[in-house]
Write a protein that binds this ligand. Structure first.
Ligand SMILES: C[S@@+](CC[C@H](N)C(=O)[O-])C[C@H]1O[C@@H](n2cnc3c(N)ncnc32)[C@H](O)[C@@H]1O
Length: 208
């Protein structure tokens, strides 16, 4: 599945995605704690929330810290994010090719943004994250664990297919280390009853 098909699926699903996911942090206490920990770790400067969707994590960072930009490749997701969060800056962008200078950013949050890509692409994405972070910049990454591929034929009732990848957290840590990141903390949690029933990993890494 190529990037165009992935973007098309998210564009088509944006309205339904807002309905299902925009308020999700209200029933995910651990995620709120982890984002708060991320905010605590990032020392000044600008945070980029990559693959932000309608901006639920961007909103939490904005309300608890400020100086955050939400970024996503789907124009429809960004339109929804702007409508729902008029005080926050959002931009359309590609995590494989961020229109940012080297070392411009102090923190990157990336919630489930890598879930439609496979390991070779993940390495490219992490290299781009690494490039734009400054030294000691922090990455908070989340994804589904217990390696498998899930082919969804009708993503959010849009009629569009979308492939998802779950990862082995140790392989993701290996790729982060290969990119040059230092691991700080990592954890795996069980799904909440309101969520799709997959275990999820959260990794804090630092540019060294
Ligand atoms: C599973 S959603 C996660 C959205 C949100 N962070 C959340 O936690 O609900 C993945 C998001 O990544 C975005 N995305 C896919 N490919 C991208 C790319 N190359 N650059 C930036 N965003 C991308 C999609 O448009 C989608 O909004």
């Amino acid at each position: 599945m190529n990037q165009e098909q992935i973007t098309e699926a998210y564009d088509a699903a944006a309205c339904m995605y807002v309905e299902k996911c925009f308020d999700e942090l209200s029933y995910k206490p651990l995620d709120r704690i982890l984002i708060s920990r991320f905010i605590e770790m990032v020392n000044g400067g600008k945070i980029l929330d990559i693959g932000c969707g309608p901006g639920q994590t961007t909103k939490y960072i904005h309300e608890n810290r400020g100086n955050v930009i939400g970024m996503d490749i789907s124009g429809e997701m960004i339109s929804a994010a702007r409508e729902l969060n008029p005080a926050i800056q959002f931009s359309i962008g590609d995590m494989f090719n961020l229109k940012l200078k080297d070392s411009e950013i102090t923190g990157i949050s990336s919630f489930y943004a890598i879930v439609n890509f496979q390991y070779p692409d993940i390495l490219k994405i992490f290299r781009e994250y690494y490039r734009v972070l400054n030294r000691k910049g922090i990455l908070l990454l989340s994804f589904h664990v217990e390696e498998k591929e899930l082919k969804v034929e009708n993503f959010f009732e849009t009629g569009k297919p979308l492939d998802f990848y779950y990862f082995d957290e140790n392989k993701i840590i290996e790729i982060l280390s290969e990119t040059g990141f230092n691991m700080i903390e990592a954890l795996v949690r069980f799904p909440y009853k309101e969520e799709y029933p997959s275990k999820r990993a959260y990794i804090f890494a630092e540019k060294w």
